[in-house]
Design a protein around this ligand. Structure first.
Ligand SMILES: [Zn+2]
Length: 469
C-alpha cells in the first residue's frame, strides 16, 4: 500500500479535522480536584474532554472504552498483538497574558490558538485522524491498534496508572507528546532527600545559622536563596564581605540586618534540572559563601553538605558518576534546600541516570556515603528509564515513515527529561513538534501550526499502518 498518499488523505478531511480539534480545545480540561465527583475524579472538564474523544471514536466506528473516567481507548483491527498510541487531553491552566481567548481555538494566519493546541490535544487529534484514515481506507491489519487517551499527564499520571492496572499493555507503540523525529532513550529520574538531624550540644561559633532556604522544585535549578544568621556582635564588615563575594561571582543579592539577624539573599539563574550546568544554583553559591564563616556545628555541617555539590553535578559526591553512549551522563540537580537550627536540614535532589545505569546499586552507594556522615536518605522515588534499541523494528519503521513523509533524516534523540512514553513498556516519543519550531507548550498564546498538524497526521497514519499491517 505504498501507493497511498497519506497527506492527501489528511487534506481531504481537513475541515472535519479542524472542527473536531476545535471542539476538543474548547473544553477547559484543567485538573479540578476541588470539584471532583465519583464519576469525575479529576473534575468535570477533564471528564468531558475524555468523553468527547470517546464519542468521536464511536461515531466513526471504533470500539471504545472508558476506564474509570481517568483514561479510555479507541480500538480497531484484529490480532493478538496490540499497537498503542498514547496521548492526553488534560491541559495545564491557561495562566495570564493571552492576546486571544485561551479556549477559543481561533485559527489565524495558519495557526490554531488554544491551551492544549500543541500539548497535547492537537497531536492527539492528529493521531486520531491517522487511525481514522487507515480505517476509512479499509486496509488489512494483522494487529489491533489502540489510541489510549490519558487525562492526568500534566499532574500525577493517575490516568495511566489506573488504566494499565485494568487494561493490557501494548506490545509496541508511540507517544505523540513531545518532539519529532524520535526520542528513543530517556534517562531514569529519581528524586530523594538528604536529611541532616539537628545536632545536640553544639558549640556556638561566631555565627549561628538560623535558617536557610532555596528552591521549591526538585527538577529546577533554584534562582533564589536566603539565609538568616545570628552573630556575637553585629558589624557592617559582614555586609561588605558578602557584597564582595557577590561581586566576585558576578551574581546579584543583598545583605542587611533585620531585627537581630543578618539576612543574606542571592539571585542565581534558574534552569531545567535535567542540566544543572545551564543554571546558577543560588543555594549552592550561598552555601559556598557560608562555609567560609565560623558557623555553629549544625549549620556548618549543612552548608558544607550543600557546597559539596559545587561544580559537581555528575554524581561525584556519591561516587556514582556514570555515562553511556546512548543516553549520556548521570546528573544531579540540587533543587530544594531547607534548614532550620531546631529541625536540622534537608536537601532535595533530582537525579537523572543513563539507561544502562544500575539504580539499585546506585542507591546503595548513596546511602552508604550518607551513613558515613551521619546523614539519611529519605523519600526516594524512581521513574525507570525508557529505551528502545536503535535496531528495533519499532525504531526502523518510524524512521522509514518519517523520512518518507518529510524527506529529512530521522535523527534518534536521547533526553534527560521524561515524556509520557515512559508509561509504555515499549514505546518512543514521536512528535508532534517538528525540529526548529518554537516550543509554546505551557506558554501563553499556545498555538499549533495547522500544516504541521496535517503533516504529523499523515506521518501517524502511515506509521499506524506500517506497524499494524
Ligand atoms: Zn503533554
Amino acid at each position: 500500500m505504498s501507493s497511498v498518499n497519506w497527506l492527501e488523505e489528511v487534506l481531504k478531511r481537513k475541515d472535519e479535522f479542524i472542527s473536531d480539534l476545535q471542539g476538543l480545545l474548547r473544553i477547559k480540561s484543567v485538573l479540578d480536584e476541588e470539584n471532583a465527583k465519583e464519576d469525575a475524579p479529576l473534575g468535570q472538564g477533564i471528564k468531558d474532554a475524555l468523553q468527547y474523544m470517546l464519542d468521536l471514536g464511536e461515531k466513526d466506528g471504533f470500539s471504545s472504552k472508558n476506564v474509570g473516567n481517568l483514561a479510555g481507548h479507541l480500538e480497531m483491527g484484529e490480532g493478538k498483538e496490540l499497537v498503542g498510541i498514547l496521548g492526553h487531553v488534560d491541559v495545564v491552566p491557561e495562566g495570564d497574558g493571552w492576546s486571544v481567548e485561551p479556549y477559543g481555538a481561533e485559527v489565524k494566519d495558519g495557526k490554531i490558538y488554544a491551551r492544549g493546541s500543541s500539548d497535547d490535544k492537537g497531536p492527539t487529534i492528529a493521531a486520531y485522524y491517522g487511525m481514522k484514515i487507515v480505517k476509512d481506507l479499509g486496509l488489512p491489519l494483522s494487529k489491533r491498534v489502540r489510541l489510549i487517551i490519558g487525562t492526568d499527564e500534566e499532574s500525577n499520571w493517575r490516568c495511566v496508572d489506573h488504566y494499565f492496572q485494568q487494561e493490557e499493555m501494548p506490545t509496541t507503540g508511540f507517544v505523540p507528546d513531545a518532539d519529532f523525529p524520535i526520542i528513543f532513550a530517556e534517562k531514569g529520574i529519581s528524586d530523594y532527600d538528604i536529611v541532616q538531624p539537628a545536632r545536640d550540644g553544639q558549640a556556638i561559633g561566631k555565627y549561628e545559622l538560623v535558617s536557610f532556604q532555596s528552591g521549591r522544585r526538585y527538577n529546577m535549578v533554584p534562582d533564589y536563596a536566603e539565609a538568616h544568621l545570628k552573630m556575637d556582635e553585629m558589624n557592617t564588615a559582614e555586609v561588605q564581605n558578602y557584597l564582595a563575594y557577590l561581586n566576585e561571582i558576578k551574581l546579584e543579592g543583598d545583605a542587611k540586618f533585620v531585627d537581630s539577624e543578618l539576612v543574606l539573599t542571592l539571585i542565581g539563574k534558574s534552569a531545567h534540572g535535567a542540566e544543572p550546568r545551564n543554571g546558577n544554583n543560588a543555594g549552592i553559591f550561598m552555601a559556598e559563601y557560608l562555609k567560609t564563616l565560623e558557623l555553629d556545628n549544625t549549620g556548618k555541617e549543612y552548608v558544607e553538605t550543600v557546597a559539596g555539590f559545587y561544580e559537581k553535578s555528575r554524581g561525584e559526591v556519591f561516587g556514582i558518576a556514570y555515562e553511556d553512549d546512548d543516553s549520556g551522563e548521570l546528573t544531579i540537580n540540587v533543587g530544594v534546600m531547607n534548614f532550620s537550627k531546631d529541625e536540622g536540614g534537608r536537601i532535595g535532589l533530582n537525579m537523572r541516570y543513563p539507561v544502562t545505569f544500575d539504580i539499585d546499586e546506585g542507591k546503595r552507594k548513596i546511602e552508604a556515603t550518607l551513613a558515613e556522615k551521619g546523614l539519611r536518605l529519605e523519600n526516594f522515588t524512581d521513574s525507570k528509564p525508557t529505551y528502545v534499541k536503535k535496531d528495533d523494528p519499532l525504531i526502523k519503521t518510524l524512521q522509514k515513515v518519517y523520512e518518507e513523509q518529510t524527506g529529512e533524516k530521522a535523527e534518534l534523540l536521547a533526553i534527560g527529561g521524561g515524556t509520557y512514553s515512559r508509561a509504555l513498556d515499549k514505546g518512543v516519543a514521536f512528535g508532534a513538534m517538528f525540529p526548529g519550531r518554537e516550543d509554546v507548550m505551557h506558554q501563553k498564546d499556545e498555538y499549533a501550526i495547522v500544516e504541521d498538524l496535517f503533516k504529523a497526521s499523515a506521518i501517524y497514519a502511515q506509521a499506524i499502518y506500517e506497524l499494524a499491517k
